[in-house]
Design a protein around this ligand. Sequence first.
Ligand code: ATP
Length: 430
Amino acid sequence: MDKIVNLCKRRGIVFPSAEIYGGFRSTYDYGPIGVLMLRNVKDAWWRTMVQMRTDVLGLDASILSPPAVWEASGHLANFTDPLVDCTNCKQRFREDHLDDVMVCPSCGARGSFTEARQFNLMFKTHAGPLEESAAVAYLRPETAQGMFINFANVLNTSRKKPPFGIAQVGKSFRNEITPGNFVFRTREFEQMELEFFVPPDEAATWYEYWCTERFDWYVRHGIAREKLRLRAHDADELSHYSSGTSDVEFLFPWGWGELEGIANRGNYDLTQHATHSGADLSYFDQESKTRYVPHVIEPAAGATRSMMAFLIAAYDEEEVKGETRTVLRLHHRIAPYKVAVLPLSKKAPLTELSREVLADLQPLWMADYDETQAIGRRYRRQDEIGTPYCVTVDFDSLEDRAVTVRERDSMTQERVGLDRLVGYLAERLR
Ligand code: ATP
């Protein structure tokens, strides 16, 4: 973990937030490389879940929401974690995260915990200038409710019918009792959620479908199968309305941790909002002439948490000619830059041609440009941030109109004519 955190700081992937003021616990800023990678994680998800399907539509709902939404969803009453304090060392813990409820993991004291208190995780704020109760608003602790409260809007404005889904990517906020493990658990984070609305008798089949589909998504984007598992919740872990929940878990350096939860939520959400708002959230199926409240299958993933998993899974060190090479073996879709253009020398004819090459690539891919230091060191810099291809422009390039393309993982090099370069890369970055 230290190596990952170090790399993140050194290469501008993730910085502690408000660092010049001493930092602000558990908040992070995504630097020039990190922002590219995080966007790529979200784009890869959107591509699979929205772009490549005909049965899912997108949404971008507001972060601020009135108490009525959270009253109906059950979050005001139930979105709580059990909080205990150690009376000896004053540390605070989530009771359900303790290995032994009798022993403080910080100071080792026995029986020193206070009674558990239920602590609501929602951030409360005020909309408008008056801090009165009528103006209370909450920062959403999940993006899901945006899809439920817009169910009728989307249904009435699109030509979809169940089974169909609404997808959203965006920030969520939870006042976590024990944030930590770098960006694994933070108070402000990003989620990628799908609410998939289905006829009640199809719920079990779609639940299985999404469990498999979501597990495979991580594998297809470069995480080894052995580092992932799909863990079905035990009956006592399930919420009262859920008939099945499975987590996609990743083997983090400290153990298995959840990347995504896939839940068969029944018709709980739409029924709750229909009852509380008075809106009709049922669906009338013209073919069977039946009316029903759709059931929901929810694959809910964390973008920031997944990005961390992709980073850890890709991190590798190897011996090359007596030196340690650090390389991020990222899937090209997740890699911050797809290609880097590196002139062999800073001399004018080479940099001019290099700029021309760069101008050809930039409209298609995020392309880095670096003309400082020895070429070997520049390759290492690109390896460290996972750039799949380096294009080197040398003195021969001026004559033969060709460049050397170096592949990150194998470090093999190939001479490619400039007229073929875009096609060559496009084939490999598809
Ligand atoms: P946990 O048990 O770890 O608190 P959860 O089961 O409450 O998580 P969900 O409500 O299912 O999480 O949220 C869906 C996804 O959102 C999680 O799988 C995770 O990837 C992400 N997520 C949830 N809370 C956080 C957080 N505090 N920081 C970063 N990502 C989070």
